[in-house]
Design a binder for this molecule. Structure first.
Ligand code: BGC
Length: 748
């Protein structure tokens, strides 16, 4: 396809038309010029492709539902994400889908966000790295991905109009960083803009976001599409860099584009850029199309089971209750044992090919009994079901209670208003724990819940929404066929009121202020030294791991250099297992450290598989970004000079080994001195310090006012330190002219 020639032959109407879909899932074809249409489908954890024989947009083909983002991220495993991406790519090829709409990497600002089950983490490093691997996996199959939802789409409430109000540092460090990593490392063919506004400007017409940052700073060279129905003003969107509007606008916005060009409000060259990118995507994906491709659903189902087992997180295991003895009778209690909740509601909902429940997976292999325990999808307790479950529990050697959140409690489209599980689920756990000391709780939920029963439950497995094969994975873990290796990709707080965005979620009718700033997730809880249920990065195993020999390649370096970090990890237990080594960076206080920072931030992670007794070296490489902050005044990233602790840890709260390094920053924050600059600020700048000292020497600076009581010396010292330059006129007998002269000399 000769794109330039095609564009030169297109009419204005054809160009405008190409910039929106032909229907819900296809781009337009331009038949007279040989431009075919391509198909886009959801995403992100499996294929939701509309059936060819159906006009109903959401009637989709059967496909394999892999673990959702909430579960998959707990793997902390790039390889797993790559495998997941490849599998989804293969299914897309077989079903003739050119672009899959995912992965979704919005930060989990609040546990209440209805769509958290699709999102990966509260940490941008983890989300960005994992998404990059999934993207690379899918794209390797010749299928495009669409990284979404760009950006700051962290709630469902009024998601189509709300304005996320946040400062530049927070935007860059927390809400854009994961997109940046995924774009740079994963190289997605497309990116989907979000519905919401950011500081008042809709993402769909946000030139700064879609062009200046995305393309200018990060080098993205793919196509930007709208979320479904996210377009506000189409011509402005074209000018901002929104190439494709989805779904079809039924010609309305095509006409608006044509008029805007004719009236000179939109440059045709801007439209041509968007057209070129649509044609580029069509060409790229159609030339990689493999019409003869097929996929093996059973193999993918088995893969989904294997992946799910590597995602689930063992959160509690008193007296090594797990793994269970497969030869003794075990009671499976709770409707989720028979009908697991394995995915969420909304656009990611897959017509799952085959669903295996834990009960089905265990029956015939282990001695399991079953009782429903609670009514499906309800909050109220059913006393008869409860009593039956308690009796079943009593008659077994151990009980496994399957509980969590039903579909009606969380979904795309709305946020939760509380973190409670249904009363009937809590009641079942409590009642079973009272009669059965060997009780294991298995949770199926897309986001953290409060756990009033936790002290009574000796074992807890967080299974999240782990895809259609989650039942098999749960059984494999419960009976020790697999060893748990998931680690929480988000903090589990004790209660909703503890969460960082509690006072500002979901905000006011038109806006939501991100007042907690960069302090979301563990960055907040750790800084506040707050007790949590389970910290970020936490998870247990049936074996033990020992860390040793942490080394850094250099102790002192500049922010232009990288540092290599390595350590050894040994499996000291008796089972094969996977360990997640997490590398955090902590900025120690120092004379040149001015920025408010989290206690420590995740900057690297590696998952290693180890046989009993086996030891492996784990290596990381950190560049300047691992130490950097974003400065609005600098308009970029910079490293504060000073000491940093590199910590190899098992969670954000469990440091194991550490090394301190000294980093020399090469970019200084701009110093623009004014009459309001304080003595303290001026003293840090060599030239300013000298000039100020000279001036003070000749002045009469001092505090008048007699004895102001004990501590007056300290007060005088503090006042002097913090005094703005202008006050030297009152306290120092210095004239305005002298101060202006000083400022001029400093900036010369
Ligand atoms: C969702 C997107 C999804 C699209 C198409 C939107 O409502 O926000 O994530 O890809 O619909 O189904």
């Amino acid at each position: 396809m000769d794109i330039k020639t095609i564009i030169s032959q297109m009419t204005l109407e054809e160009k405008a038309g190409l910039c929106s879909g032909s229907d819900f899932w296809h781009t337009k074809a331009v038949e007279r010029l040989g431009v075919p249409s391509i198909m886009l489908s959801d995403g992100p954890h499996g294929l939701r492709r509309q059936r060819k024989d159906s006009d109903i947009p959401n009637e989709s083909i059967e496909a394999v539902c892999f673990p959702t983002g909430s579960a998959a991220a707990c793997s902390f495993d790039r390889e797993l994400f790559r495998t997941l991406g490849e599998a989804i790519g293969r299914e897309c090829q077989a079903e003739d889908v050119q672009v899959i709409l995912g992965p979704a990497v919005n930060m989990k600002r609040s546990p209440l966000c209805g769509r958290n089950f699709e999102y990966l983490s509260e940490d941008p490093c983890l989300a960005g790295e994992l998404a990059a691997s999934q993207i690379a996996g899918t794209e390797s199959q010749g299928v495009g991905t669409s990284l979404k939802h760009f950006a700051a789409n962290n709630q469902e409430t009024r998601r189509m109009t709300v304005s996320a109000e946040l400062d530049e540092r927070t935007l860059r460090e927390i809400y854009l960083a994961q997109f940046e990593t995924a774009v740079k490392k994963g190289k997605p063919s497309t990116l989907m803009c979000s519905y919401n506004r950011i500081n008042g400007v809709y993402s769909s017409e946000n030139k700064r976001l879609l062009t200046d940052i995305l393309r200018g700073e990060w080098g993205f060279d793919g196509l930007v599409m709208s979320d479904w129905g996210a377009v506000n003003r189409r011509p402005e969107g074209i000018a901002a860099g929104l190439d494709l509007e989805m779904p079809a606008s039924n010609g309305v916005t095509d006409q608006e584009i044509v008029e805007a060009v004719k009236e000179g409000r939109l440059a045709e060259s801007d439209l041509d850029v968007c057209v070129e990118r649509v044609l580029w995507l069509v060409e790229k994906t159609m030339s990689a199309r493999r019409p003869e491709a097929s996929f093996d659903r059973e193999a993918d189902h088995q893969l989904a089971r294997k992946l799910a087992a590597q995602c689930m997180v063992l959160l509690k295991n008193e007296n090594n209750l797990l793994p269970l003895d497969g030869k003794k009778p075990v009671a499976f209690l709770g409707a989720f044992a028979k009908e697991p909740r394995f995915q969420g509601g909304g656009s990611s909902h897959i017509n799952a090919w085959k669903v295996t429940s834990a009960l089905e997976a265990a029956q015939g292999k282990y001695q399991v009994t079953y009782a429903q325990g609670y009514p499906t999808g309800k909050d109220e307790i059913d006393e008869a079901l409860l009593a039956e479950a308690v009796e079943t529990a009593k008659n077994a050697y151990a009980a496994v209670v399957f509980a969590g959140l039903p579909d009606s409690f969380e979904s795309e489209g709305f946020d939760r208003s509380h973190m409670n599980m249904p009363r009937c689920h809590n009641a079942l756990i409590e009642a079973v724990c009272r009669v059965q000391p060997n009780t294991v709780v298995v949770l199926h939920n897309g986001s953290p819940v409060e756990m009033p029963w936790l002290p009574q439950a000796p074992a807890l497995l967080e299974a999240y929404l782990a895809g259609e094969a989650s039942g098999g994975a749960v059984t494999d873990l419960l009976f020790g066929e697999e060893n748990p290796s998931g680690r929480l990709a988000e903090t589990f707080p004790k209660r909703l009121a503890d969460t960082p965005s509690f006072l500002n979620f979901p905000g006011e009718p038109k806006k939501v202020e991100y007042r907690e700033g960069i302090f979301i997730g563990y960055r907040y809880y750790d800084k506040k030294e707050m007790e949590v249920l389970f910290p970020f990065g936490y998870g247990l195993s049936y074996t033990q791991f020992q860390y040793s020999g942490m080394r850094v390649s250099r102790q002192k370096f500049t922010d232009q250099e990288t540092v290599a970090v390595s350590l050894k990890v040994k499996n000291t237990g008796s089972r094969p297992g996977r360990e997640v080594v997490q590398l955090y960076v902590e900025s120690l206080p120092g004379p040149q450290k001015k920025m408010i920072r989290p206690v420590r931030e995740l900057k690297g992670f590696e998952k290693v598989f180890l046989l009993p007794g086996e030891e492996k070296e784990v290596a990381f490489s950190l560049d300047s970004r691992a130490f950097a902050c974003y400065s609005e005044s600098l308009g970029g990233w910079f490293v504060e000079s000073g000491d940093y602790v590199l910590t190899a840890a098992k969670s954000s709260r469990e440091p194991v080994l550490c090394q301190t390094v000294t980093v020399q920053g090469t970019k200084a924050l701009p110093c623009r001195f004014t009459m309001e600059s304080s003595v303290e600020e001026l003293m840090e700048h060599e030239k300013a310090r000298q000039l100020l000292q000279e001036l003070i020497f000749h002045s009469t600076t001092g505090m008048e006012g007699g004895n102001m009581g004990e501590g007056s010396e300290a007060m005088e010292e503090a006042m002097m330190r913090e005094m703005p330059l202008r006050s030297f006129r009152s306290f120092g007998g210095v004239s305005t002219g002298q101060l202006q002269e000083l400022l001029e000399k400093i900036t010369k």
